[in-house]
Design a protein around this ligand. Structure first.
Ligand code: NAG
Length: 391
């Protein structure tokens, strides 16, 4: 009897164990599928920026090896902060040499002619005036404007990967990751009358906005410049958004105005914008992004990182390289060996996306919150909504 009980107990245990294994095996299989699916959804959502109501169209870019004259452009007021930007600028100088791009470094303080041509007393605007001068005089087809704290994280990515195959496109920007701003600190322009006129309009916004209590200078203005230049039919709505901008006294109002302007920008189909000459890359899709958002993690997709100021090293960003002086000496063509990385910063793009995704969602809800606040204060362009709806 005792033996039979033991046998029964043994069979019982075996059955339970088998059932458990079966359950977890099935469950596990389902979970893996679930995770895979979720991952795809996350990656998809990550790329669908909140205001992007036309995700079906993406810019056709030129061939990576296309032979086109490209210059990287850095514009500084003087050389006082050179040490702060050494890593960033030298990495880009080296990168330009590796790919045989032009490298233009403008020191405003050292050139009287330029000071007369571009006398704006806000250097943020002066830079774009200087850029217009460079655009008209230097022998390149495409110019990549870069803030002094933008450096190269991944030299294998080429600028061509982001340039339009379409000949209609002359002006390209990207949306910042960290808020609803179009990034004013980096853009790509093609040598063209349209790009000149665009930059001139931006510079003219200095006079328009200098008396605003909190204009956000060129980074506030860029939203309105894009709308005025590339979407003039939206002007009545733009003026509604600008009320918040004109009277705002801090970042809260500035960001609300920017969200409002992004809403209007989202109304124009991307394809239509490209035909009119303009491309706006969505969060995380452009040639550069705020590197601190991912704690300096990067993946194959990345090229430039913004935020490499020496003063913030070790705080806001980590040095992804083994030394600060890797780029100080002469570089040569096809030399990628100089990028010697510390371990732990390069990750698969999926891993990066999964880290960025919660941040992205947070920004998306901040965007709708800003729109709601505008609506509650009767400062939202309701007529635009009635015509186009929400994205
Ligand atoms: C100053 O800038 C002007 C206009 O771009 C240029 O022609 C000139 O060569 C520059 N001068 C110096 C000393 O770099």
């Amino acid at each position: 009897m005792k033996r039979e009980i033991r046998q029964a107990f043994f069979i019982f245990c075996t059955v339970i164990t088998l059932l458990t294994i079966y359950y977890y095996w099935m469950g596990g299989a389902i979970n893996v599928e679930e995770i895979k699916r979720e991952t795809r959804v996350n990656a998809q959502e990550f790329h669908d920026f909140h205001a992007d109501r036309y995700p079906e169209w993406t810019l056709e870019t030129m061939d990576s090896n296309e032979n086109v004259a490209i210059a990287l452009v850095y514009i500084v007021k003087d050389r006082k902060n050179e040490a702060d930007y050494r890593i960033a600028i030298n990495s880009a100088r080296c990168y330009a040499e590796v790919h045989q791009y032009g490298f233009i470094y403008v020191d405003y303080s050292a050139n009287k002619t330029l000071q007369e041509l571009c006398p704006q007393s806000d250097f943020f605007f002066t830079r774009h005036c200087l850029m217009n001068e460079v655009l008209q005089t230097a022998p390149y087809e495409f110019f990549v404007f870069l803030d002094a704290d933008i450096g190269v994280i991944n030299p294998r990515r080429r600028v061509q990967d982001f340039l339009p195959a379409e000949s209609s496109v002359n002006v390209m920007f990207y949306n910042r990751f960290y808020n609803d701003e179009i990034m004013a600190g980096s853009y790509i322009v093609r040598k063209s009358k349209q790009a000149e006129n665009f930059l001139q309009l931006w510079v003219d916004y200095y006079e328009k906005t200098k008396l605003f209590p909190f204009s956000g200078t060129d980074n506030g203005a860029i939203q309105s410049v894009v709308l005025e230049f590339f979407a003039p039919e939206l002007s009545p709505y733009r003026e509604v958004c600008e009320k918040t901008w004109r009277t705002g006294r801090g970042f809260a109002e500035l960001f609300r105005y920017e969200a409002c302007a992004q809403y209007l920008i989202s109304l124009i189909p991307k394809k239509e914008f490209a035909q009119r000459g303009f491309v706006l890359y969505q969060k995380g899709e452009g040639w550069s992004r705020d590197g601190w958002v991912s704690g300096t993690w990067w993946c194959e997709r990345d090229l430039f990182f913004h935020g490499w100021k020496k003063a913030k090293l070790g705080g806001e960003w980590q040095l992804p390289f083994t030394s600060e002086s890797l780029f100080d000496d002469k570089c040569s063509a096809n030399e990628f060996d100089r990028w010697i990385y510390s371990t732990g910063f390069k990750v698969p793009c999926l891993q990066l996306d999964l880290r960025l995704h919660p941040y992205f969602l947070e920004k998306r809800s901040a965007y709708y919150k800003a729109l709601k606040e505008l609506f509650d204060e009767k400062l939202f362009p309701v007529k635009a909504y009635e015509k186009y709806g929400m994205p």
